[in-house]
Design a protein around this ligand. Structure first.
Ligand code: T4K
Length: 410
């Protein structure tokens, strides 16, 4: 294994942009650069859509997308929707969830908002320090007589402790649903994640592994639930002029579905790229003090759509936020996912709760650009930037505080 000391960086260190040098990248490298489907096939699909003048309302591309998603998930039902946030709302409504919902705070704000928007009270549980997903003991401690559902989040594509959560939900007779926005293509004990719990919601937002511009789907083995969801996403219509239930408009349009099908076609290509990027990041971060890659369960299928590194403040010469500022100056738009945690964000912060692991992780993680927006050469350069910054931590800190002072004075 290659081990380098920080002082190796002094051989030919580039001038860092925070210290006045030019940015390493002329154009930004983003977390979440969309993977682009094969254009010729997509154009042909869009022509077919325009020729048929079928633009939305359960059209042929939406149906094909659903069939492909069901297949990918072990034959479950897939109900395509306009985005995952609305998908989660629809699911909670269809299950009649009312009261408290126990969920992690360490997630994208949409998970909490979907619960609150449906009139439920989010009760935040803590996560496991190593896996970053719900800690079943913390969930158990948050259950009350008013708990109406448990919402697990397969963060970074890492499965929740499924069996432990199932046992807690079953003991109370409440649904266990999963926010699987990050988990398409991932498995639990070798089984596709779509069959877990009562239902799972995936996201096809532009920044996701499979994207449909905006979009999402609810996956469930429960055919009655799927049928209810299909009614509810289309105003409750059971046929022309025949409304049988409360509904809303949560449909996925044909343009989005056509992009989603094209994107599914390149799932393997993008996962392979993410995997290769991960190898490159491992090499780039190797030997840097206090910076380590988030580890996956190698026995499972993982999609590696997020490239997460953990900063150990006791060992890294720079703080997480300083590293992120260094990277942004170089046009590497790394992100502090998911800082500061839902429980410390509006409107939930009004009801204080202490979640030590969530708080620690939200101060320590960096999401790096991956997917098709970066290649091995970019990642090696990102490694050199970090190495140089760590070797010159004093100068970096000084430049950042000067910059802050200048901005305040301006
Ligand atoms: N649950 C979880 C656990 C989630 O992570 C999400 C969404 C949801 C639920 C809700 O799913 P949806 O309702 O969205 O289907 C982004 C996405 O907007 C959001 O969908 C995603 N999670 C979250 C993790 O990331 P932001 O606020 O970071 O977005 P933004 O605009 O800063 O985009 C991230 C980067 O991607 C940008 O720096 C640039 C790049 N980008 C973005 C877009 C939209 C592109 O290169 N091209 C693009 O078209 O939330």
């Amino acid at each position: 294994m290659h081990h380098r000391s920080v002082s190796d960086a002094s051989r030919s260190p580039p001038e860092l942009a925070v210290c006045g040098g030019p940015p390493a990248f002329a154009s930004p490298r983003y977390v979440g650069t969309p993977g682009i489907p094969d254009r010729a096939t997509l154009h042909a699909r869009l022509d077919a859509m325009l020729d048929a003048r079928r633009l939305t309302n359960d059209g042929p591309f939406a149906r094909e997308f659903e069939a492909r998603l069901g297949e990918l998930n072990g034959g479950v039902e897939a109900v395509a929707v306009c985005n995952a946030t609305i998908g989660m709302q629809l699911l909670l409504k269809a299950l009649g969830v009312a009261g408290e919902v126990v969920l992690p705070s360490f997630t994208f704000i949409a998970t909490a908002h979907a619960c609150a928007w449906e009139g439920c009270e989010p009760v935040f549980a803590d996560v496991d320090e190593r896996t970053h997903v719900l800690d079943a003991d913390s969930v158990a401690a948050k259950l009350s007589d008013r708990t109406a559902a448990i919402v697990g989040v397969h963060l970074w594509g890492r499965m929740c402790p499924v069996e432990a959560l199932e046992a807690l939900a079953a003991a109370r007779g409440i649904p266990l649903v999963f926010d699987a926005a990050h988990a398409l293509g991932c498995t639990h004990r070798g089984r596709p994640m779509g069959g877990l719990g009562t239902a799972s919601v995936v996201s096809f937002h532009a920044t996701k592994l499979v994207q449909s511009l905006e979009g999402g789907a609810i996956l469930t083995a429960d055919r009655d639930l799927a049928a209810r969801l299909r009614l509810m996403r289309n105003f409750g219509f059971a046929g022309y002029d025949h409304v049988v239930a409360l509904g809303t408009n949560a449909k996925l349009d044909e343009f989005s579905a056509a992009v989603g099908i094209g994107s599914l076609d390149c799932l393997e290509r993008i996962v392979a790229r993410n995997r290769a990027n991960r190898v490159a990041y491992r090499e780039a971060l190797d030997g840097l003090p206090g910076l380590s890659l988030y580890e996956y369960d190698e026995a499972e299928d993982n999609n590696f759509q997020y490239l997460i590194a953990v900063v150990d403040p006791a060992r890294c010469p720079l703080a997480r936020d300083e590293l992120v500022a260094v990277l942004h100056a170089e046009n590497v738009i790394a992100r502090r996912y998911f800082h500061p945690g839902c429980h410390r964000s509006a409107p939930y912060a009004a009801r204080p709760v202490v979640l030590p692991v969530t708080e620690r992780l939200s101060e320590r993680l960096i999401a790096f650009p991956t997917g098709e927006g970066v290649d091995a050469a970019d990642i090696a350069r990102i490694g050199t930037i970090l190495e140089t910054a760590c070797a010159r931590a004093g100068a970096v800190r000084h430049a950042l505080s000067e910059g802050r002072r200048a901005r305040l004075a301006a």
